[in-house]
Design a protein around this ligand. Structure first.
Ligand SMILES: Nc1ncnc2c1ncn2[C@@H]1O[C@H](COP(=O)(O)OP(=O)(O)O)[C@@H](O)[C@H]1O
Ligand SMILES: O=P(O)(O)OC[C@H](O)CO
Length: 496
């Protein structure tokens, strides 16, 4: 049986799925790995644990599918983005822990660059906000802080990559040091308009060019996973950051189509086609995917705390036992009775970009119950999404006709109904909820040519549920206005 293997290397777990050429799941496997928080605001992974968990579940998924490794005609990779790894070319050993996208240690470095007026030049070239979220300051930190790293990098002994490049290096037995254009566009070192590493930014961050991977298409064979790694020589035919892959897997293939993924964080991407839309509203301009050298661009809004808010209510406040219990608790009251919860635990991402905002719970009265707080939490996830869509509309990228949704919290029907109500557009949930892995498989299917074109991807996308907006415009505007009063109070809180 001809199959495709998708690797979905996420922030908290590695997953792998085997699909047949009709897009059906034949095998799946998942391994969680450790999160390290060595200091407040720091988040690290062991790069080798990322690799071993990912390879273990790739082999397990192939075994579960009951196919031979040689039946796998194409491999697609989707990965947590921005997370930064530096390794020795000679041994393939990482010289430091991976610095994860959530890590805020370089926020002061960003402040210094902002103070000397670098933010605008960075935005113009990379499409990104100057923020600790992206790879550039993390890589600069490793070169500065790990003894001997800068000299070794100058001598050409070290390689840098986001997680896709790290996996590709090891899958190919060190033969290939490559990343796709979409992942490159999250480093804050890549000129998304010219399609090349930006020499001015490399100089600004003092990063030797020899460390950087070759930038390849997201769709197309760039090399092979070695026989001794996965049991057969398998073409590496698709690469995408996980949010880019999910956008592809949601078949948001035409300009104006958008998806929101409700995971730990939430990432809303709208396809803007061949046009790199410059945001006047602090969204990110990014590359979705590249095929035969032609980039498809996207506008992105990144929310740092989404489903993680539900986790916090569960684990720290003990409000619910399981994440899914929040739905019944929130549904037990008709509204939040004026309670507003702004989950700025790690600052606020788009469109505020305020590293110093902090979580805020407002509007409490003696009559406030657990249910009101649960409801305010779900509203907060939906309202953060509303702010992103409003910014996209203001940037002229919309109007959004419907929002495709996926990720763990998209299973929550109350949240999805709130989302439709507060956006005023339908919210649509597909049958296939593993859109990231599916998207990686789709990239690979086009890359090896078992699927002819994007129309085949679209033909495999099927709607499972549709939530129609039911809230009056007046009510919607009142809820949004109250939310913004809450956001104002959360902002700048931690600033001395
Ligand atoms: N029914 C639910 N309602 C609200 N949040 C949920 C629900 N089920 C899961 N979640 C949240 O979704 C997140 C898990 O989603 P997932 O897509 O697996 O995340 P990730 O890929 O970022 O690890 C968790 O933060 C969890 O709290
Ligand atoms: O691993 P996820 O699914 O939480 O996604 C993380 C994003 O890629 C970060 O930008």
């Amino acid at each position: 049986m001809t199959c495709l293997l998708a690797l979905d290397q996420g922030t908290t777990s590695s997953r792998a799925m085997v699909f047949d050429t009709d897009g059906r799941v034949r095998g799946a496997s998942q391994r969680e790995f450790r999160q390290h928080y060595p200091q407040p605001g720091w988040v690290e992974h062991d790069a080798h644990e990322i690799l071993t968990t990912q390879l273990d579940c790739a082999r397990a998924a192939i075994a579960e599918a009951g196919v031979a490794p040689s039946d796998v005609v194409g491999l697609g990779i989707a990965n947590q983005r921005e997370t930064t790894i530096v390794w020795e070319r000679a041994t393939g050993r990482a010289i430091a822990p991976a610095i994860v996208w959530q890590d805020r240690r370089t926020a002061p470095d960003c402040d210094r660059l902002r103070a000397v007026g670098q933010a605008e030049a960075i935005r113009r070239s990379t499409g990104l906000e100057l923020d600790a979220y992206f790879s550039a300051t993390k890589l600069a930190w490793i070169l500065r802080e790990v003894p001997g790293a800068r000299e070794r990098a100058r001598r050409g002994e070290l390689a840098f990559g986001t997680v896709d490049a790290w996996l590709i290096w090891h899958l190919s037995g060190g033969a290939l040091h490559a990343t796709d254009a979409g992942n490159a566009s999250r480093t804050m070192l890549y000129d998304i308009h010219r399609g090349q590493w930006d020499d001015d930014l490399l100089a600004l961050f003092d990063i030797p060019r020899s460390m950087l991977p070759t930038v390849v298409d997201s769709i197309g064979v760039c090399g092979h996973a070695q026989r001794d790694v996965l049991g057969a020589s398998i073409p590496i035919a698709g690469i995408g950051g996980d949010q880019q892959a999910a956008t592809f897997g949601q078949a948001c293939l035409a300009p104006g189509m958008a998806k929101q993924t409700y995971g730990t964080g939430c990432f809303l991407l709208m396809n803007t086609g061949e046009r790199a839309v410059e945001s006047a509203n602090r969204l990110l301009t990014t590359i979705g995917w590249r095929q035969r050298g032609a980039s498809t661009y996207a506008l992105e809004g990144s929310i740092f705390v989404g489903g993680a808010l539900v986790q916090w209510l569960r684990d720290e406040l003990g409000l619910v036992r399981r994440s899914e219990d929040i739905e019944a608790l929130a549904a037990s009251v008709p509204d939040s009775a004026g309670v507003v919860l702004v989950p700025a635990f790690t600052g606020l991402g788009a469109p505020w970009w305020d590293a110093y905002a902090r979580g805020t719970l407002l509007g409490l009265t003696r009559g406030t119950t657990r249910a009101h707080i649960a409801r305010a939490a779900l509203e907060a996830i939906a309202l953060q999404t509303v702010d992103l869509v409003t910014a996209m509309d203001a940037d002229g990228a919309g109007p959004l006709r419907e929002l495709r949704v996926d990720g763990g919290a998209a299973a929550n029907n109350l949240l999805m109904q709130m989302q439709a109500d507060l956006l005023g557009v339908p919210v649509v949930r597909p049958e296939m909820l593993e859109t990231t892995a599916f998207g990686a498989a789709c990239l690979a299917a086009l890359g090896v040519g078992v699927w002819a074109d994007e129309a085949t991807v679209a033909s495999h996308w099927r709607e499972a549920a549709r939530f129609q907006p039911r809230m009056s415009r007046d009510r919607r505007e009142a809820v949004i206005a109250r939310w913004h009063r809450g956001v104002e109070r959360a902002r700048d809180w931690a600033q001395e």
